[in-house]
Design a protein around this ligand. Structure first.
Ligand SMILES: [Fe+2]
Ligand SMILES: [Fe+2]
Length: 249
């Protein structure tokens, strides 16, 4: 089986200056009009790029994947500001409007014929769709989509949102394992281990405030938790194969 790093190289390892310029122009518009979403997109893009490097992808491919992933929420340009930036919990109707950002983003990015923009459009369109609902996506799209969804789950959990509390990194990682850890994705375990390094400082600060009896999240501890989660799900015939994570809009 090809390694994820080699797959990222195969899909994203090409030069596309015009495609990159188009995606940066779109992000620049997001920066002008939806500042908080822009910051989230940039954080997510860096996380996706660094994870691609961790998986062994080349610098060119990691940067292309990071930029394509960063554009996943550009469709929020089409969502009215009053709905997007309100401090109250969104109503069902508002939630449906916010959810349409994935479709809008896919359409906006597909306006370019550049290959990197096409990959970004696929990620944007499908980044909130569970594997059960999305059918079989082309491998080119599903790899970037799955990486984006993992990064989105973590960033949306541990970053400030006006309408809900911010999770600790410790809680977000445990939650990720509990909800999605039994999935078949070969990306999952490396992603959890990568996050232990990427959020090391925050984890150390959190750990310092916990009672001494709480175990630190070490790679061994997280591997053991993942194994336990897989065993628990395997023993439960009623539960189907979990989908890759999709964070709420
Ligand atoms: Fe997002
Ligand atoms: Fe989104």
């Amino acid at each position: 089986m090809t390694s994820p790093g080699a797959e990222i190289d195969r899909i994203y390892g090409f030069k596309d200056r015009e495609g990159r310029a188009f995606l940066w122009d779109t992000l620049a518009q997001l920066r002008r009009e939806r500042r908080a979403t822009f910051r989230h997109c940039i954080r997510l893009g860096r996380l996706a790029r660094d994870f691609a490097r961790y998986l062994g992808a080349s610098e060119l491919a990691a940067k292309n994947l990071g930029l394509a992933a960063a554009c996943h929420d550009v469709g929020k340009l089409c969502i009215p500001f009053e709905i997007l930036d309100q401090t109250d919990k969104p109503t069902d109707e508002e939630r449906a409007i916010i959810s349409s950002h994935a479709r809008h983003g896919g359409t906006m990015l597909a306006a370019s014929s550049r290959p990197l923009a096409k990959l970004a459009a696929g990620i944007a369109e499908h980044h909130h769709v569970s594997s059960r609902d999305r059918g079989v996506l082309p491998g080119e799209i599903s790899l970037g989509r799955d990486i984006t969804s993992l990064c989105d789950f973590i960033d949306a959990s541990v970053s400030f949102r006006p309408y809900r509390k911010t999770d600790t990194v410790r809680f977000a990682l445990k939650n990720l394992v509990r909800i999605h850890g039994a999935g078949p994705s070969q990306l999952f375990e490396p992603f959890v281990l990568f996050c232990l390094g990427a959020f090391r400082k925050r984890l150390e600060t959190e750990q310092a405030m916990l009672p001494k009896s709480e175990k630190p999240l070490t790679p061994e501890y997280m591997k053991e938790r993942l194994a336990r989660e897989k065993a628990r799900v395997a023993a439960s015939p009623r539960r189907g194969t979990p989908s890759p994570p999709t964070q709420g809009p």
